[in-house]
Design a binder for this molecule. Structure first.
Ligand SMILES: CC(C)(COP(=O)(O)OP(=O)(O)OC[C@H]1O[C@@H](n2cnc3c(N)ncnc32)[C@H](O)[C@@H]1OP(=O)(O)O)[C@@H](O)C(=O)NCCC(=O)NCCS
Length: 218
């Protein structure tokens, strides 16, 4: 457990699942990607609870999930020390079950993220969410700082996709650099790919790696 900015940051377990699914679904409910995925807010809410239940349990089983002692926030990270193949058939079936008629947009989103994912070793921030009633109090930055400390000790970079200009600003302040963007099809929003390099001996950070788009998999 780490105390950052007076907040206790700790690994999450299955006992934390219910409140953290709510934090994810509510925090991601508004914004350009949400509007693009499911225009109707009521339908979006029910799909999002199913989507983030799946995302949280996947993170607990295969990644690293952190929260604060009061469940105000959650971060889901995946170590990607080598290129990771996707179980395309299984994912397609899961998304159809979770999102029904909206599955094709979710498939497209995940596929675009996958195609442009860097191959160089790093930890991937899949989701960061702060309870909407607790945002702008430094909690998101504290959760990031906690993981950045660990990554700097390990000499590993971090990678994420920023979904709007506002959270992009937060990441830029915390040492990330923006790489080439992803533009989602059919008048979809812009996604900023962001990289926080590993510390170098000269006091800098390793640059954003060149990424060759992978073959589309889904
Ligand atoms: C982005 C987010 C994780 C930041 O956590 P936070 O505790 O609110 O942020 P902090 O108080 O540590 O830092 C404040 C900065 O966060 C960003 N931020 C705050 N609220 C935000 C929101 N609703 N949406 C996007 N960014 C937000 C801004 O950059 C803000 O600084 P600025 O307005 O002065 O530029 C949180 O606001 C959130 O969950 N937003 C909705 C989901 C989201 O966008 N997640 C990130 C996906 S890449």
């Amino acid at each position: 457990m780490t105390i950052t900015n007076d907040l206790l940051v700790r690994p999450a377990t299955e006992a934390d699942a219910e409140p953290l699914i709510g934090v994810l679904a509510e925090a991601f409910h508004d914004g350009p990607v949400a509007d693009w995925l499911i225009p109707d807010p009521a339908e979006r809410r029910s799909v999002y609870y199913r989507y983030f239940k799946d995302a949280l349990y996947h993170g607990l089983a295969h990644g690293q999930v952190y929260t604060t002692s009061d469940h105000a926030a959650v971060a889901i990270w995946y170590p990607r020390l080598e290129p990771t193949p996707t179980d395309t058939r299984g994912r397609l079936e899961a998304l159809e079950h979770i999102a029904g008629a909206y599955a094709p947009k979710f498939v497209l989103l995940e596929e675009m993220f996958d195609v442009f994912h860097p191959d160089a070793p790093h930890h991937y921030l899949a989701y960061l969410a702060v309870d909407p009633t607790r945002q702008n109090q430094g909690i998101g930055a504290a959760l990031l700082a906690d993981q950045h400390r660990r990554l700097d000790q390990l000499g590993l970079p971090a990678y994420l996709e920023a979904s709007n200009m506002r959270n992009r600003r937060l990441y830029l302040r915390l040492g990330y650099h923006a790489g080439p963007t992803i533009v989602l099809p059919t008048e979809g929003p812009i996604i900023w790919r962001m990289w926080r390099g590993a510390p170098t001996t000269s006091g800098g950070r390793t640059p954003f790696p060149r990424t060759r788009p992978r073959r589309r998999s889904l």
